[in-house]
Design a protein around this ligand. Structure first.
Ligand code: CA
Length: 251
């Protein structure tokens, strides 16, 4: 008897909210509906949900701003979030993905499709619980277990963290997945399709543009650490690769 995952639904249109609550509940979820950003923040702070469905157009706060506020709450970084927007607007899509949202659905949408996306996101975000507070007598894993490195990059899978020239990068889920894949195979050219396949579990729901948007934000974060180093190479019309030779010092 596993608990039903709680899905926080932030949507001011009651018609849409009713439909989604019905579909989510009949699919084995516990929907929690909030019509405003303030309610959503209070609900999230009380108990973080398994996933958030977030309307971009809310009466009291822009959905993107709310996304950032939710992410800054305790546990917020770990909760997947999916945007709903009234317009099939490319700008909204790119902004949402650049912020690090897990997915994006344009209205009007099929409630069934939305629930399928929710399932996919929850499946891929399900990871073994960290073992940091294992009981007495349990040996702690070696600090170097699950790390891999290339030049200035050190990937720590247990903490899901990547260091670059000694600095820990603040990465979204997909930025982490992309960079980890590139660091594992320096020099290997990955096409956008390969990156979609390997980093996004539900590649059919994503677009080539999705990869580009995430590489762009990733590069900006690398530049902030080492402005003179171009770690990710673009192969026009093909894809991306990590430079094999990287300077030992940032520049
Ligand atoms: Ca709305």
């Amino acid at each position: 008897m596993s608990a039903k995952p709680r899905i926080l639904l932030v949507e001011d249109e009651s018609g849409i909210a009713d439909t989604l609550q019905y579909v989510l509940a009949s699919d084995g979820f516990t929907p929690v509906w909030c019509a405003t950003g303030q309610e959503a923040l209070a609900s999230f702070a009380g108990e973080p949900p398994a996933l958030v469905i977030l309307d971009v157009g809310l009466p009291d706060i822009n959905g993107f701003a709310l996304f950032k506020q939710l992410q800054s709450l305790p546990g917020g970084e770990r909760v997947p979030m999916l945007f709903l927007t009234a317009r099939s607007d490319e700008i909204d899509r790119v902004v949402g993905l650049e912020l690090g949202a897990d997915d994006y659905i344009a209205k009007p949408f099929s409630p069934r499709e939305l629930v399928a996306r929710v399932r996919t996101i929850l499946r891929r975000s399900a990871r073994p619980a960290p073992t940091a507070s294992a009981g007495p007598g349990t040996a702690a894993p070696a600090a170097t277990a699950g790390t891999l490195s290339h030049g200035p990059f050190v990937v720590d899978d247990e903490r899901r963290r990547i260091r670059y020239y000694g600095q820990a990068l603040e990465l979204s889920r997909y930025e982490y997945g992309l960079l980890r894949l590139l660091v594992r195979r320096p020099g290997r050219v990955f096409t956008r399709d390969e990156l979609l396949d390997q980093v996004w579990d539900d590649a059919s729901a994503s677009l080539d543009r999705t990869v580009d948007a995430h590489v762009k934000t990733l590069r900006a974060k690398l530049k902030a650490v080492a402005p003179g180093v171009e770690a990710i190479r673009t192969l026009r019309g093909t894809g991306y690769a990590l430079e094999e030779e990287l300077p030992t010092q940032p520049s």
